[in-house]
Design a protein around this ligand. Structure first.
Ligand SMILES: Nc1ncnc2c1ncn2[C@@H]1O[C@H](COP(=O)(O)OP(=O)(O)O)[C@@H](O)[C@H]1O
Ligand SMILES: O=C(O)C1=C[C@@H](OP(=O)(O)O)[C@@H](O)[C@H](O)C1
Ligand SMILES: [Mg+2]
Length: 161
């Protein structure tokens, strides 16, 4: 989910493993020459999801030994979750909604177009509802990491060949 810490943890895990780190949002922004917010604004979410899937495929083919931090919506469109699991080991960061809320409120909401311009009540409502709707996709991950803090040694041991 947005704010769960995929980008932060992914970067750290890649460093530990000596793998390349790719943040899928950053990758799309570089390919397209526009920010995620601009892409949502100019083309809408449906077109963004197509670009996101294309980027996912491109990353898988481009790198060998890569940690990918997807966007929070990536697993929930097309057969992306199957694609992810066919090509790697996946992790669902199952962070409590209350903690996600705190993290997002302390961050810049404008970079996440689905959250921009929401007040605190709307944000809370959106996170709880979206998390509930997306859980069915997220739970298809190879591993679920629950809670606010993770043991990076443990995660490393799950992916180390
Ligand atoms: N384990 C953590 N504990 C507290 N704050 C965190 C943790 N991981 C990430 N954050 C913070 O939460 C926000 C969202 O993290 P980020 O890695 O961008 O999440 P995501 O990529 O899943 O949207 C950032 O401000 C980040 O600094
Ligand atoms: O959950 C989502 O639908 C989205 C999550 C974002 O990534 P993060 O999960 O890294 O914030 C980004 O891909 C876009 O704003 C849409
Ligand atoms: Mg991210």
């Amino acid at each position: 989910m947005m704010g769960a810490g995929k980008t932060t943890l992914g970067r750290e895990l890649a460093e530990r493993l000596g793998y390349t780190f790719v943040d899928l949002d950053d990758y799309i922004e570089q390919r397209e020459g526009h920010t995620i917010a601009q892409l949502f604004e100019s083309e809408g979410q449906e077109q963004f999801r197509k670009k996101e899937r294309q980027a996912l495929e491109a990353v898988v083919h481009q790198y060998n030994g890569v940690v990918v931090a997807t966007g929070g919506g990536t697993p929930c469109f097309f057969d992306n979750m199957d694609f992810i699991n066919q090509h790697g080991t996946s992790f669902f960061l199952d962070v409590p909604a209350e903690e996600i809320m705190q993290r997002l409120l302390a961050s810049d909401l404008s970079v996440r177009p689905l959250l921009a311009q929401k007040n605190e009540t709307e944000l809370k409502d959106f996170i709880v509802k979206t998390l509930a709707a997306r859980r069915v996709y997220y739970e298809q991950a190879s591993y679920t990491l629950s809670g606010k803090r993770y043991n990076i040694d443990q995660i490393e041991s799950l992916v180390k060949p």
